[in-house]
Ligand binder design. Structure first.
Ligand code: XIL
Length: 337
């Protein structure tokens, strides 16, 4: 049997977000992926819970696992508005200089530790809110000013000039946000800020977004002359506004719709293989997904390629069998002639 990443080897690495506590359970499933993202282990609050204390035990273990199993590691994430420790913005008089120093220390220690093992970093995460056309109001922005983003990229680059540095964002296909991302990145490039890529999170659902919108997004992002990675892919069974909680299992219609969505989405990814340098799923199997608690706490969801018993779903075959479906299409064409 070929693993998924082997099937996609001419296109892009196939990654998965995984927590250390799930490594054993998913050992066999993880063979399908040649890249991993620590799901939480590298976030600020995990790595740097107190000003003078760093905890790298968990991330070290994941990185070691990746090394021993020939997988790339994506670093997620250096600067974000959430999952931060209290001390970071604490003290009545946290000045711009103090917070910049804290940011620089955090970035330089963390990026340096994995200089040889983490090939790319989500330097900033979710810096744009939905629908507003401006940088998100965060403590980072409030205390440092809007250039906190530029500083973060510079600190990461100074620490490891080889690392590929990403701006990671959700809902990138939304018109207002896409305009903003493109504008913003053009400005960063004009200022010679060392940015290498855009991370498109890819938290989608079986009804949203329209795939033509996704295609249009890649078309526009591709012109930036940067790498694009899909960094947190999952396809929820529910529209974002749908808060219903009555399903104990996904219906057949849901499973089929999800497989069709994944299939079309991956055909768009393949079209853009020249600029897409990675596709990472936000989880391995439906027994554990952050969507069980978002946007509705405790509502089961089934957004991934493997089911709750860790068996491949239709969605898995939909993206794994693309060569066969192409052959079938060709055969049908010849028949028609
Ligand atoms: C999520 C994790 O999956 C959860 O385990 C955690 O409780 C909260 O964060 N966008 C991101 C990710 O950039 O870091 C988030 O991960 C999911 C949304």
């Amino acid at each position: 049997m070929e693993y998924l990443y082997q099937i996609y080897k001419e296109f892009f690495p196939i990654g998965v977000a995984v927590g250390l506590e799930h490594l054993e359970k998913y050992w066999d499933l993880l063979k399908h992926f040649n890249s991993i993202t620590p799901e939480n282990e590298l976030k600020f609050c995990e790595v740097h819970p107190e000003e003078s204390t760093y905890h790298f035990e968990k991330s070290d273990k994941l990185v070691q696992y990746a090394k021993e199993n020939n997988k790339l590691v994506r670093g997620h994430t250096l600067v974000w508005h959430t999952q931060n420790p209290d001390w970071l913005f604490e003290g009545k008089m946290v000045s711009r200089d103090m917070l910049l120093k804290r940011m620089e220390d955090h970035i330089s220690v963390t990026v340096d530790r994995y200089k040889d093992s983490i090939y790319c970093w989500d330097v900033v995460n979710e810096i744009f809110p939905d629908g507003e056309g401006k940088l998100r109001d965060t403590r980072w922005k409030e205390i440092i000013g809007e250039d906190y983003v530029e500083k973060a990229f510079c600190y990461a680059h100074e620490t490891n000039p080889k690392a590929k540095l990403f701006l990671n964002e959700y809902n990138c296909e939304e018109d207002i946000k896409l305009d903003l991302i493109i504008d913003y990145i053009c400005q960063l490039k004009k200022k010679k800020i060392p940015i290498d890529g855009v991370g498109v999170q890819g938290h989608y659902s079986i009804v949203y977004p329209d795939l033509e919108k996704v295609r249009k997004m890649f078309y526009r992002l591709a012109k930036l002359d940067l790498q694009i990675q899909i960094t947190e892919l999952d396809i929820s069974m529910f529209a974002f506004e749908d808060h219903s909680c009555d399903k104990k299992a996904p219906s057949r219609e849901m499973i089929d719709a999800q497989a069709r969505y994944y299939s079309k989405l991956f055909s768009i990814f393949r079209e853009y293989k020249d600029v897409i340098t990675g596709v990472t799923f936000w989880g391995a199997a439906d027994d554990f997904t952050w969507l069980d608690d978002f946007p509705v706490i405790g509502r089961k969801n089934w957004p991934l390629l493997f089911d709750e018993k860790l068996q491949p779903k239709k969605a898995f075959y939909a993206i794994a069998d693309f060569r066969e479906s192409q052959i079938r299409k060709m055969e049908e064409l010849y028949k028609e002639e």
